[in-house]
Ligand binder design. Structure first.
Ligand code: ADP
Ligand code: MG
Length: 189
């Protein structure tokens, strides 16, 4: 099930030459899905446009093709869904949406700071998935900034503790592919 994926891009469509600091072997290793089998996590960090979502989706597509259940969400959408469910007494049921899949992609951690109650919902998802399923997340913030994202250092540390115990971290610090296309368009090339 390719649930809610924004597109079905693959690693073959990712131009590693555009991102020379990113080790292609490291990414292709992940595509063997050994980390999914091991119920480990993956964090893709970096500024906008470097391909965090592209790589996360391509791994999710690969996992789906290999028979794993997959669910894609942005952090903001997940928090909205869980908060709304909580307000009508259906939190437990809604949590299953995010706990059931073998692979959960949480895209765009850090774009919006969260309220404490919202951050607590994220903690519930991460802690309940710990060693039970793979969580892939993307963030434009370094882990040191997560205290600000989650509005609470203690809660952020608790989330990172579960998340990072079994986790590959890929930091992509390069140019934006979106900006490349834009500059090319302006140049008329
Ligand atoms: P991020 O999530 O890091 O902001 P995206 O994954 O959304 O970036 O990438 C922005 C757009 O550029 C997408 O259409 C993506 O497919 C494309 N893209 C990014 N990096 C590359 C790359 N190295 N090769 C090919 N396409 C890329
Ligand atoms: Mg993205």
């Amino acid at each position: 099930r390719l649930s809610k994926l924004p597109h079905h891009k693959t690693l073959d469509e990712y131009d590693f030459a555009f991102q020379p600091d990113l080790d292609p072997r490291k990414v292709r290793d992940l595509a063997t899905l050994a980390f999914v089998q091991a119920k480990a996590n993956l964090a893709l960090l970096g500024p906008p446009g470097v391909g965090k979502t592209h790589i996360a989706v391509s791994l999710a597509v690969a996992a789906c093709r290999a028979g794993f259940t997959v669910y894609f969400t942005t952090l903001d959408d997940m928090v909205r869904q869980l908060s709304a469910a909580d307000a009508i007494g259906r939190l437990t049921r809604k949590l299953h949406t995010y706990l059931r899949p073998s692979v959960l992609v949480i895209d765009e951690v850090g774009y919006q700071p969260l309220e404490r109650a919202e951050a607590n919902l994220v903690f519930q998802v991460i802690s309940k998935r710990y060693e039970k399923g793979s969580t892939l997340l993307t963030s434009n913030k370094s882990f040191g900034e997560w205290g600000q994202v989650f509005g609470d250092e203690v809660l952020a540390t608790a989330i990172l503790d579960r998340l990072l115990h079994h986790c590959d971290v890929i930091a992509i610090n390069g140019p934006s592919y979106r900006l490349k296309n834009r500059l090319t368009a302006i140049d008329g090339n």
